[in-house]
Design a protein around this ligand. Sequence first.
Ligand SMILES: [Mg+2]
Length: 207
Amino acid sequence: MKKYKVVNIIFDLGNTLVFFDHSYFSNGIAEREKKLSTAAFKKYIVKNKLDIKLMSGRMNHREFFRKLKKKFDLRIGYNDFIYFYSDVFWENPNMKRLLEKISRIRKYRLFLLSNTDSPHMTFIDKNFPYVRLLKNRVLSYKVHMYKPQKKIFRYLLEKYKMAPDTTVLIDDLKDNVKAASSLGMHAIHYVNHRKFMSEFSKVLKIR
Ligand SMILES: [Mg+2]
């Protein structure tokens, strides 16, 4: 029997370490802009792939703001706009507890692999200090790649000299789990904490 042991743990951010709902963004803007249709606002962002452009670092937030301001005739200023854009997260207390616990155990190397952008990451680090425990990070907007592209997983493995069979990914999106598995990594689909913990404890016990 093949012997291996998981020593690298990669965490996803959104809906894994913290929960989020992007509706808070459009709802926040709509509180200020009474004529705004939140449905049209969301649709415009997705249709023009503005979300993808932001997280892959191909568009900056000034440009994002200018486009939406023009399209929807917004009066809101840039700083308030970015605040509403960023304030869409809340804590996952179970993951907070787990991450704080694991980070005290020295035998694991911990990583953050996230499709995110600069305002979101700044907001997260400021408001959810436990995420700052993850110092080794591969962030989509910095590397111009994103999950589930296999190249971002390969990039992470190479950058930190990790063997896939000693690595586990925890992620709420099935496609990301599939991509990691196809590269030989252990991957756990984070659906709910109880189910996750039963799989996670099995994986960590693998010898
Ligand atoms: Mg996620």
